[in-house]
Design a protein around this ligand. Structure first.
Ligand code: ZN
Ligand code: ZN
Length: 197
């Protein structure tokens, strides 16, 4: 699991390498940006916002108005408010006055793109929690009451949705789901764990 506070692994838009530069900043990096609008007319075009609060466009050379870029067999769903993940994203400067730079996903590379079903802030926060091993299972502590798993006791119950959150009892699981907000985090945690196993 990568370090979500690392600006080299998760660069903001202005920190992305230029598409014309030959030396990438790191072996692997991911652009994280919250989807603001789907502007697709012919080519898939999204307006997104990065962690620095900068808005820009992401365009896909794959797909057209009939077919969104697909990841494997499933079409990507670009929901407003969800977080786009583009591995090895680069910035393309466009010729002409007033034309803003964009992130262009070249043909054949949309397969690596993912969408996490949560906002950017939530993704960064939960990513950090997961990277630190603070969520349930890794820490062997109940995510609701904080009680530690005993070596010879019964194992903690694991959330079947995300596989990360763990609880000492059914009652704590129910409390964790509703009162403590795991309901809104579970899908995001699951998605983060799938992208960065
Ligand atoms: Zn508990
Ligand atoms: Zn869960």
């Amino acid at each position: 699991m990568p370090e979500f506070t690392n600006p080299t692994t998760f660069p903001a838009f202005h920190e992305l390498p230029s598409s014309t530069s030959s030396a990438p900043a790191a072996d692997n990096w991911f652009l994280l940006a919250q989807i603001k609008e789907n502007m697709t007319i012919t080519k898939t075009t999204l307006v997104v916002r990065d962690r620095a609060g900068v808005d820009f466009a992401v365009t896909f050379d794959d797909g057209d108005h009939r077919g969104l870029p697909s990841n494997g067999n499933e079409p990507l769903r670009f929901r407003k408010g969800h977080t786009l993940v583009v591995p090895r994203a680069t910035r393309t400067d466009r010729e002409g006055e007033g034309k803003k730079a964009v992130v262009r996903v070249p043909a054949g590379q949309s397969g690596g793109v993912r969408v996490v079903p949560g906002g950017l802030e939530q993704v960064l926060e939960l990513g950090q929690v997961l990277a630190a091993g603070e969520e349930g299972v890794a820490k062997k502590k109940c995510a609701a009451c904080g009680e530690a798993e005993e070596d010879d006791g019964k194992p903690l119950l694991r959330c079947t949705g995300c596989g990360a959150a763990a609880y000492c009892s059914k009652a704590c699981q129910v409390r964790g789901w509703s009162e403590l907000g795991h309901k809104s985090n579970c899908k995001v945690v699951k998605s983060i764990r799938e992208i960065w196993p």
